[in-house]
Design a protein around this ligand. Structure first.
Ligand SMILES: C[S@@+](CC[C@H](N)C(=O)[O-])C[C@H]1O[C@@H](n2cnc3c(N)ncnc32)[C@H](O)[C@@H]1O
Length: 302
């Protein structure tokens, strides 16, 4: 009896090999360079990061805000607008107020603030994000309300003392190498009575895998509970108020954890997981959910 493969089983094996090769090429093509201590720009410029943010979040690089207990994460855009509105309400500034968006990314938060009546100076240190933000602002004809510029929040010398009514960061303060210096800069450029709001994910460094995630995504500045409030007071801010929004951002983190889990575990088996920082961050942050929180911190310059 002949045991030679039938044309059909050969075809099946051929197709399976083709599928595996295609997946391998796709994954290989989007892997990051393997740098162990990437700069902020290297992290955000990697194809893995750009594709991930584009496909999942439409290039808006922040969490959505959901109702407590909600499970269904869609539509993600609606939840992201709710997070931006939460920021706007926390700023509580009059129409026409001047605000600094420090770490503006592709400009969508600035756009929401401008649509609500604020004048925004948007800065970022990642060139591709600045180009994106300029294009997005132009498409919406908001150039008279939003100015986009390259800028590092560690160095704000081009802005004079007391020149802003508000300053905010949306998921970027975690990247600060010298958080105290950044807070001093924000304090200096705010008018008396000016408001600072940080909306940030804040993870402890208890697990080795989380430490790796934070290093690979250049998140230098994750703080022990109470440390940010203490720093703000040290700089001179008053009325420091922290809202814990951890439960309200959970649906999106859960989604990242679910959809990333299987590919991540396969990559981890081969030891390739650190070349896919966002995938790793999505899954590990969800698996270590209890070690992190999502906070909105508001403070006022006396
Ligand atoms: C997670 S993204 C958030 C972008 C935007 N705020 C949003 O919510 O879509 C963080 C952004 O902060 C920027 N960034 C990081 N460090 C910065 C710094 N020192 N000065 C200015 N921008 C910075 C990054 O380039 C990136 O665009």
């Amino acid at each position: 009896m002949s045991t030679s493969p039938t044309p059909r089983s050969f075809k099946r094996r051929y197709l399976a090999c083709l599928l595996v090769a295609t997946i391998a090429i796709l994954f290989g093509g989007i892997a990051n360079s393997g740098t162990q201590d990437p700069s902020v720009q290297e992290y955000y410029s990697s194809l893995e990061s750009r594709l991930g943010y584009w496909i999942l979040l439409g290039n808006t690089r922040h969490c959505g805000l959901y109702k407590k207990g909600q499970i269904w994460p869609f539509p993600i855009g609606t939840a992201q607008r709710a997070m931006e509105d939460h920021l706007y309400n926390r700023l509580a500034l009059d129409n026409g107020s001047r605000v600094l968006d420090a770490g503006a990314g592709s400009g969508f938060v600035a756009i929401r603030m401008a649509e609500k009546g604020l004048n925004v100076q948007a800065i970022d240190i990642t060139p591709i994000h600045i180009r994106d933000a300029e294009r997005n602002v132009k498409t919406r004809c908001l150039e008279d309300r939003i100015s986009v510029r390259f800028g590092d929040y560690h160095n704000l010398t081009e802005y004079s003392d007391g020149s802003f009514d508000g300053v905010y960061t949306m998921e970027t303060f975690v990247h600060a190498d010298d958080p105290l210096k950044v807070l001093r800069n924000f304090y200096r450029i705010l008018k008396p009575g000016g408001v600072l709001v940080h909306s940030e994910a804040d993870f402890t460094r208890n697990s080795e895998l989380l430490q790796e995630v934070l290093r690979l995504s250049h998140c230098q500045n994750t703080l022990e509970k109470g440390a940010l409030e203490k720093m703000l007071e040290e700089v001179g801010f008053k009325d420091v108020n922290l809202e814990d929004l951890t439960d309200e951002v959970l649906p999106l983190w859960r989604l990242f954890g679910f959809i990333g889990y299987v590919p991540y575990k396969i990559l981890q088996f081969f030891g390739w997981h650190t070349r896919y920082t966002n995938l790793m961050a999505g899954v590990e942050s969800y698996l270590h959910w209890g070690e992190g929180r999502y906070i909105s911190v508001r403070a006022v310059k006396p």
